[in-house]
Write a protein that binds this ligand. Structure first.
Ligand code: TRP
Ligand code: SF4
Length: 400
């Protein structure tokens, strides 16, 4: 209904690795050219599971932002900020908590899954149960309608949609709503107002989606409507109350093909990562010592690429020519594994070189990073405050 706005957050886990780069960051780099983008460090979310060790948060936060910038996230295109620096998220989380049924939170699949998985932690906390609601506040406070996430996070976006819908339903029917909506229609001007009403009837009576689109376009282009009137009419158009909060959609990020050094998913806890800022020596050594097809004991044994993690790296980094050289050479024992790894080493180093170059500029001048984030926080705060004004008004809290 408004122009597309993309928001995504990442918990501060310290240095990022190639799994993050191929799985998330490359997607962000593309999105920043296509949409208005907000990217933030979800440090409060990190606390939901690491409440017993908050001291590393600050370091991890700055390292992560440096990695974003090094990967090519452009602060002139995207707004970068830190969740805890925009305290309005906490206020919205609190207010939403008043109308969030406990059952909804208990039913979010990550709740039980994570509790069962992270057995070394006591996650029977209030904060952990509220994780998806805090995430909803992150999204709804910016009226972001597109949220790039992986498969595992889709239920959280669904949850956020339900929260927005419930909020609008409960608080969107302000006193005198119908009269206010009628008055707003008049403000569109004679011809447009008539057309809007016709389109609205067509949609509401016949479910005509095209009519809905056209009517939305009229509202989108209307110069003389206040933001409040627009919200009223977007809701009125569909037969509901004022749309105070926007229902977000998940922008599903394709799962990355980037495996870890051992062929499992790349993850710090598996100790199979290549960090974005790892020095070239170490990177080369890590790849040189990667496991290969276990059946290939001697150089003269033929191998099977499908049983080899190096082959998975070739899928990410090599062109068809190199790939057929590998299959041919491996299955005939024509090439050795060290030889086979060489193009991978070169490709990874080539990918990391510009990233590490940019990272150097930022690590040498920490103020640069601080300023980028300070600017981003300020922009985010302005947007968040606008929404909170509407939320407080809708909930009858705009006194004092
Ligand atoms: N839960 C997300 C994750 O673990 C991080 C996150 C927090 C987030 N708030 C968000 C992602 C808002 C998208 C939008 O990856
Ligand atoms: Fe793996 Fe390449 Fe060795 Fe075959 S030749 S086992 S694909 S590293």
């Amino acid at each position: 209904m408004y122009a597309d706005r993309v928001l995504s957050g990442m918990r501060p886990t310290g240095s990022l690795h190639l799994g993050h780069y191929h799985g998330v960051l490359k997607n962000w780099l593309k999105l920043q050219h296509e949409y208005e983008c907000l990217f933030f460090v979800a440090d409060w979310h990190a606390l939901t599971t690491h409440y017993d060790n908050p001291l590393s948060l600050e370091e991890h936060t700055w390292q992560m932002v440096i990695d974003w910038l090094a990967a090519g996230v452009d602060p002139n295109r995207a707004t970068l900020f830190i969740q805890s620096q925009v305290i309005e998220h906490a206020e919205l989380h609190l207010l939403l908590s008043m109308m969030t049924p406990l059952g909804w939170l208990e039913r979010v699949p990550t709740y039980k899954d994570q509790q069962e998985k992270l057995t070394d932690k006591d996650l029977s906390t209030y904060g952990f149960l509220g994780y998806p609601l805090l995430q909803s506040a992150d999204i709804l406070i910016y009226r972001a309608n597109q949220v790039p996430v992986g498969e595992d996070q889709v239920p959280h976006i669904e949850f956020s949609r339900e929260i927005a819908r419930r909020f609008n339903h409960l608080y969107g029917k302000e006193p005198g709503y119908e009269e206010k909506a009628e008055a707003a229609v008049k403000k569109l001007g004679g011809k447009k107002a008539k057309l809007y009403s016709e389109l609205r009837n067509r949609y509401q009576e016949q479910g005509d989606e095209e009519a809905l689109e056209s009517a939305r376009a009229i509202l989108g282009e209307a110069q003389n409507l206040s933001l409040g009137d627009k919200e009223r009419l977007y809701g009125h158009l569909e037969g509901g109350g004022k749309m105070i909060l926007t229902e977000p959609e998940a922008l599903l990020t394709e799962a990355s093909k980037m495996p870890g050094l051992d062929g499992q998913k790349m993850s710090k806890s598996y100790h199979n990562t290549i960090a974005l800022r790892e020095d070239p020596e170490t990177v080369s050594k890590k790849i040189r010592t990667m496991p290969t097809d276990p059946a290939r004991v001697r150089r003269t044994d033929a191998g099977n690429p499908d049983k080899c993690p190096v082959w998975q790296f070739h899928q990410v980094y090599s062109n068809d020519e190199v790939k057929s050289w590998v299959t041919q050479g491996c299955t005939s024992a024509g090439i050795g594994c060290i030889e086979c790894k060489q193009p991978v080493i070169e490709a990874v180093l080539r990918e990391l070189a510009p990233i590490q170059e940019r990272a150097r500029a930022y690590t040498e001048e920490p103020d640069l990073v601080r300023n980028i984030v300070a600017d981003g926080c300020e922009k985010a705060r302005d947007l968040a405050r606008e929404t909170m004004r509407d939320v407080r008004e809708a909930m009858g809290l705009n006194y004092g």
